[in-house]
Design a protein around this ligand. Structure first.
Ligand SMILES: [Zn+2]
Length: 376
């Protein structure tokens, strides 16, 4: 009896094991079929779709309702994508190199686990274009705002400034009506590039935009470069005028990161935040529930020379811009799909799973940007 029982148990275990193995192999086949569907990623050289990453039906669907859990498959929100860059129209440093391929870039993004993308606007005109682009897909959102280096567009007089503020506010309100505009930005201060706008012009433009923040309640997508604590001081002095925000492309000190988080703001991390060993030390100190991932594409690619590059697990085949062919990524031109590399470096630096980094950042993005759902 005991022997019989034992053998029944063994049989059961074997049957369960076979069933599990069969389920796994079916899942693996299904995942492989999905994974290799996009021709653009077929020839990935050093790729790990099947182990660390693959599409989920929610990310791949065109309904844009992909808010479900990603399971073990990381889903991402790229909170800063400069999709209006001329590089996605095939023009590099003023030279036309290939035909526009923004549609391919977006296809790669959706197939590669992007759940939502926020298109960055940097001037009034660009913000208008960002809104038009973002309205073409329910998973695309946009910002309205003026970058510190473009603050000359507020003009010289108070009347000019007020008119510009009014135009920005009207555009933001228009874009908020269907849920497409989700942030004010990018705005902030940049002491590394005062040749475009001096510090006083930047400060004037920044403060003017807080009027739009008050009026709309939009969170801020902030740019801060080499300002020490100056931008933070401006933010804390005016803390009651805006709901929240993120200091994107953070590449400063751990002390500033702490102060930013103490002000109730998030810290945005991209390839430019991960260049040096010191950068990685700072990233280690930022809790995942205060961190947002972004690409800042086409800029801020994670390069082989960067301190964190040994953590990168996912490689994409690239071509020189002159040798572009449909479906290829371009060397040094980042795209939203590359956000997984940012997550891999953060995960490697922190010693946690990529999926944990991705999910925390995605949750933060949904929270900060009001749910990221278009209104119908
Ligand atoms: Zn920026």
């Amino acid at each position: 009896m005991v022997v019989l029982l034992r053998s029944t148990v063994v049989n059961l275990i074997v049957i369960i094991a076979i069933a599990i193995a069969a389920a796994f192999s079916t899942a693996a086949r299904a995942s492989a079929a999905l994974v290799f569907a996009p021709s653009s990623v077929r020839s990935v050289v050093r790729y790990s779709w099947s182990t660390s990453f693959s599409m989920s039906s929610s990310a791949a669907g065109s309904s844009g309702e992909g808010d479900g859990e990603g399971g073990d498959k990381p889903l991402f929100v790229d909170i800063g994508a400069n999709l209006l860059s001329e590089m996605y129209q095939g023009t590099y440093r003023g030279k036309e190199r290939h035909e526009a391929d923004l549609d391919d870039v977006l296809k790669r993004a959706w197939a590669g686990g992007l759940d939502r993308i926020i298109v960055t606007g940097g001037t009034l005109a660009e913000s208008r274009e960002a809104l038009v682009l973002a309205r073409t897909d329910s998973r695309l959102f946009s910002t309205v705002g003026v970058h510190p280096t473009r603050c000359g567009e507020f003009g010289d007089t108070d009347a000019d400034r007020d008119a510009h503020v009014e135009a920005l506010a009207e555009l933001a309100e228009e874009g908020m009506r269907d849920g497409t505009v989700v942030a004010l930005g990018e705005l902030g201060m940049d002491y590394a590039r005062t040749s475009f706008c001096d510090v006083e012009t930047q400060r004037r433009g920044f403060l003017a935009q807080l009027t739009v923040a008050e009026r709309t309640g939009l969170p801020l997508f902030l740019h801060n470069r080499e300002t020490g604590f100056d931008l933070l001081d401006l933010l804390t002095e005016n803390r009651s005028r805006f709901s929240g925000g993120v200091v994107h492309s953070f590449d400063d000190t751990a002390d500033l990161a702490v102060a930013i988080m103490d002000a109730g703001l998030y810290v945005g991390i991209n390839g430019c935040s991960l260049k040096t060993a010191e950068n990685l030390d700072v990233v280690r100190t930022i809790p995942l529930d205060r961190m947002l991932l972004e690409t800042d594409c086409p800029w801020c690619d994670v390069r082989a020379s960067h301190a964190g590059s040994n953590h990168v697990r996912t490689a994409f085949p690239t071509k020189q811009e002159k040798k572009w062919e449909r479906g290829s990524c371009i060397k040094s031109r980042y795209e939203p799909v590359h956000i997984i590399q940012v997550a891999e470096v953060v995960a490697g630096a922190k010693g946690v799973e990529v999926s944990v980094v991705a999910e925390a950042s995605r949750r933060n993005a949904y929270k900060l940007f009001g749910g990221l759902q278009k209104k119908h």
